[in-house]
Design a protein around this ligand. Structure first.
Ligand code: KG4
Ligand code: ZN
Length: 345
C-alpha cells in the first residue's frame, strides 16, 4: 500500500522538533518518528522564554533532530515525498532556523516544500489521532494562543473568538510567578490548587455572559496580585487558596464561552447528521480541572470531546508534517523557496 512520507520541522517557540509522518491512500496517518527537544531548562531561570536563547538553541539542535528522525524512520532525504516546516506565528529566530533547514533539504533533494502555519498544525492534529471529520470546533489554549476556531476544512478556518489581552497559559504563568511558584506556571498552579479552597477568595469572571466569544485574562491576573497583596505575607495555604480560586475562575469563564460556541455551532446546523466534535489543543488542555469541565460540558451539549494525547497537544513536529500531508492531499500547491517566515500569521 502506497504511503506518502513527510518530514516535519517545528521551531516557533521553545521546542525544537522533527518528525516523520506517513499518510496512506485513504488519508489515514501513521507517526514514524517523533523527536522533541524542550528548552524549558534553559529558560526556567528567567521565568519565561528568552527569544535570544531560544534562537541559539534551535540552531544548535536542529540538524541533530532531523538526522535523528530520519535515522529512527530508517530513511534518507530521497525517500521523502515532501518537507513541511512551521513558518509562523512565533519567535522569528527559531522560525528562520526551521524554515531554512526545511527549504535547504527540499532544494538539495528536489522535494516539495510546504510552509505551515503553526496553528493549522494544532487544528489538524485531531484528524491524525482520532480521524475527526470536518467541520469541527477547536479550543486552542497554550502559552501564546487562546482561540475558538471553526475548522471547516484544510486551509478553511473561521476564528470565532480569541483573547483580547493575555493568553490563558500566560495567565497561569504570570499567576505562578506572582506567587513564587516557578516556571512553567500551569502545572505548578494546578498542583497548588489541589490543596486549596476555591471558595475562600472570590476572583472575577472576565467576559462571562457576553455574546461575543472572546476571552480576557489580564484583569484576573491583576485580581490575583491584589489578593496576594491583601494577604501578605502569604502562607502556603493562602497560595493554595488563591490558585484554587484562579483555576475555578478560569474554568467558569471558559465554560461560559465554550457553551456559547457549541450552541452557535448547533444553531448554524454545521454538523449535519454527524455528531459534532470539540477538539482541545495546547498545553493548558493538560489541566485536569479544565479537561473535566470540557468533558462534562460536551456530554451535556451532545458533542464528542476529543483531546489528542498530551504529547501531540503541546508543540511538536508531527502536527507540522501532518498539516503538510493534509495540504498536499487537499490539492494545495507546494510553496516556493521565496516563501518567508512571519512572527504574526
Ligand atoms: O502548548 P504549549 O506547550 O506551548 C505553547 O505555548 O505553544 O503550552 C504551554 C503553556 C504554558 O503557559 C503552561 O503553563 C501551560 O501551557 N500549561 C498548563 C498546564 N500544563 C501546561 N496550564 C494549566 N494547567 C496545566 N496542567
Ligand atoms: Zn503551539
Amino acid at each position: 500500500k502506497k504511503q506518502t512520507r513527510f518530514l516535519g520541522i517545528e521551531s516557533s517557540c521553545d521546542e525544537t522538533a522533527a518528525a516523520i509522518v506517513a499518510m496512506d491512500g485513504d488519508g489515514r496517518g501513521e507517526i514514524i518518528a517523533d523527536l522533541v527537544l524542550s528548552q524549558l531548562e534553559e529558560h526556567a531561570a528567567f521565568g519565561g522564554v528568552v527569544p535570544e536563547i531560544a534562537a541559539r538553541a534551535h540552531v544548535e539542535a536542529m540538524d541533530g533532530l532531523i538526522a535523528g528522525a530520519l535515522q529512527e524512520a530508517e530513511i534518507g532525504f530521497g525517500d521523502l515525498d515532501g518537507i513541511a516546516a512551521t513558518i509562523g506565528p512565533g519567535l522569528i529566530g527559531g522560525l528562520i532556523t526551521g524554515a531554512m533547514s526545511g527549504k535547504a533539504i527540499a532544494y538539495a533533494a528536489d522535494k516539495p516544500f510546504y510552509g505551515i502555519n503553526h496553528l493549522e498544525g494544532h487544528a489538524l492534529t485531531a484528524r491524525l489521532t482520532d480521524g475527526v471529520a470536518f467541520p469541527f470546533l477547536m479550543l486552542l489554549v497554550s502559552g501564546g494562543h487562546t482561540q475558538i476556531v471553526l475548522v471547516k476544512g484544510v486551509g478553511e478556518y473561521e476564528r470565532w473568538g480569541s483573547t483580547i489581552d493575555d493568553a490563558l497559559g500566560e495567565a497561569f504563568d504570570k499567576t505562578a510567578k506572582l506567587l513564587g511558584l516557578g516556571y512553567p506556571g500551569g502545572p505548578a498552579v494546578e498542583r497548588a490548587a489541589a490543596e486549596g479552597d476555591p471558595k475562600r477568595i472570590r476572583l472575577p469572571r472576565p467576559m462571562k455572559g457576553e455574546d461575543r466569544l472572546d476571552f480576557s485574562f489580564s484583569g484576573l491576573k491583576t485580581a490575583v496580585r491584589q489578593s496576594a497583596q491583601a494577604l501578605a505575607p502569604v502562607s502556603e495555604q493562602d497560595i493554595a487558596d488563591i490558585c484554587a480560586a484562579f483555576q475555578l475562575a478560569v474554568t467558569d469563564t471558559l465554560e461560559d464561552r465554550i457553551a456559547r460556541a457549541l450552541q452557535r455551532f448547533r444553531a448554524e446546523g454545521l454538523a449535519g447528521d454527524n455528531q459534532p466534535a470539540l477538539v482541545a489543543a495546547g498545553g493548558v488542555a493538560a489541566n485536569g480541572a479544565i479537561r473535566a469541565m470540557l468533558t462534562g460540558l460536551c456530554a451535556k451539549e451532545g458533542f464528542a470531546f476529543v483531546a489528542p494525547p498530551l504529547r501531540l497537544c503541546t508543540d511538536n513536529a508531527v502536527m507540522i508534517a501532518w498539516a503538510g500531508l493534509e495540504r498536499r492531499r487537499a490539492g494545495f500547491d507546494p510553496d516556493g523557496m521565496e516563501i518567508s517566515v512571519r512572527s504574526r500569521f
